[in-house]
Ligand binder design. Structure first.
Ligand SMILES: C[S@@+](CC[C@H](N)C(=O)[O-])C[C@H]1O[C@@H](n2cnc3c(N)ncnc32)[C@H](O)[C@@H]1O
Length: 302
C-alpha cells in the first residue's frame, strides 16, 4: 500500500526540501559539473531557462558561461527550493542576471519562441511522461534553440571492492522496485534514465541530438562530501525496506557502507564509478498556429 505520497522526491528518496542533500551531491561532483557546462559552449548573452532549478546550484555555472549580458530564469514547482535559490543569489555577482519563478516544466513562464537554451538537471528522472514533457518545452525555444537534459543512470554504478553478486542483486532489486512502486501510489522515479534520454529527445521532435557521458570515478581517500553522497545513495538503494531484496543482502550492503571498522569507503582498495549523461537536441520548428493565436488573444485583452 502507498505509504509515501510526496509529489517530488530527490535521488535519495527524500522529499525535495532535503536541500542539504542536493548541495552535498552537487559539491561532491563539482569538477565534472563545471566541465559539463563548459562543454555546452553556451553563447555569450544567451537567454537560458533552468527548468527544475531546485535550490539554484547550477545558476553560477550557467551565469559564468553566458557572461554578464546573459539572462537566466530558474523555474521549479517547489516554492521552498526557489526561496533557497533566491537567498543563495543575494549579494552574488550573478544576482542581476537571474529570476526564480514557480512553474512546471510543461508550462514555462516565458514567451513562446523566446529561449535560446532550456537546461534541466536531475529532473527527468521524476517525469512520468518524459517525451510529452520535452515536446511541450520545445515551443518555448527559439527556432534552432537547444534543450539540454542532464541526468544520472545508476545502471553505470560500480564499487570495485564490493562483491559483484551483491551489487548486482541490490541494483536489480531497486530498478524493479522503481517500476513496481508507481503502481503502489509512490511518485514516479527512474534512476536509470540517463542512457534513455537521447531516444526521448528524438521521440519528442528534437533534431541533431547529441549525448555526452561523464564518468565520475573516485578512489580512497574520499572527500567528506563524496563519502556522505555515497552513504546517502547506499541507504537509498535499500530504503522503504527494499521489498524485492533478501534481508541478508540488505544487511551486507549496509555493513559495507556504514560499519565503523569494516567500511569499504575507508579501505585503500576503494574505487567507485558512475556515469552521468548530458543530452542536447535542437528545436527546429516555428511557433505553432495555436501559439500565435494565444499571443493575439493576449494582445487584444491588454
Ligand atoms: C533532484 S532536484 C534537482 C534540482 C537541480 N536541478 C539540481 O540539479 O541541483 C529536482 C527538482 O525538479 C523539480 N521538479 C520536478 N518535477 C518538476 C516539474 N514537472 N516542473 C518543474 N520542476 C520540477 C523539483 O521540485 C526539484 O526541485
Amino acid at each position: 500500500m502507498a505509504t509515501n505520497n510526496y509529489v517530488h522526491m530527490n535521488e535519495c528518496g527524500l522529499p525535495l526540501n532535503a536541500i542539504e542533500w542536493l548541495e552535498t551531491h552537487h559539491n561532491s561532483k563539482a569538477v565534472e559539473r563545471r566541465q559539463m557546462i563548459r562543454d555546452l559552449q553556451l553563447r555569450a548573452g544567451s537567454f537560458v531557462v533552468d527548468a527544475g532549478c531546485g535550490p539554484g546550484l547550477w545558476t553560477p555555472l550557467l551565469a559564468e558561461a553566458i557572461g554578464p549580458q546573459g539572462q537566466i530564469v530558474g523555474v521549479d514547482v517547489s516554492a521552498e527550493a526557489l526561496v533557497t535559490a533566491q537567498r543563495r543569489s543575494y549579494g552574488q555577482w550573478y544576482r542581476r542576471q537571474v529570476q526564480y519563478k514557480l512553474a512546471a516544466l510543461e508550462d514555462l513562464p516565458v514567451a513562446p519562441g523566446s529561449t535560446d537554451v532550456i537546461f534541466s538537471a536531475n529532473v527527468s528522472q521524476y517525469l512520468p511522461e518524459p517525451v510529452d514533457t520535452f515536446a511541450a518545452m520545445g515551443p518555448y525555444l527559439t527556432n534552432g534553440g537547444r534543450l539540454v537534459i542532464k541526468d544520472i543512470d545508476f545502471g553505470t554504478m560500480r564499487f570495485y571492492n564490493i562483491d559483484g553478486g551483491l551489487q548486482a542483486r541490490v541494483f536489480r532489486a531497486r530498478e524493479d522496485w522503481e517500476q513496481l512502486r508507481v503502481d503502489e501510489g509512490f511518485a514516479f522515479e527512474d534512476s536509470w534514465v540517463g542512457s534513455k534520454l537521447a531516444g526521448y529527445l528524438r521521440a519528442a521532435g528534437y533534431e541533431d541530438v547529441q549525448e555526452r557521458s561523464y564518468r565520475i570515478v573516485r578512489a580512497y581517500p574520499l572527500s567528506r562530501e563524496f563519502r556522505c553522497y555515497l552513504q546517502g545513495i547506499a541507504e537509498w538503494f535499500v530504503c522503504e525496506e527494499a521489498p524485492l531484496l533478501a534481508g541478508e543482502d540488505i544487511t551486507s550492503w549496509l555493513h559495507c557502507f556504514l560499519h565503523e571498522s569494516e567500511n569499504v569507503l575507508d579501505q585503500e582498495s576503494f574505487v567507485s564509478e558512475e556515469t552521468e549523461f548530458i543530452v542536447s537536441g535542437v528545436w527546429n520548428k516555428r511557433p505553432s498556429a495555436t501559439v500565435r493565436f494565444f499571443d493575439m488573444q493576449v494582445a487584444v485583452q491588454a
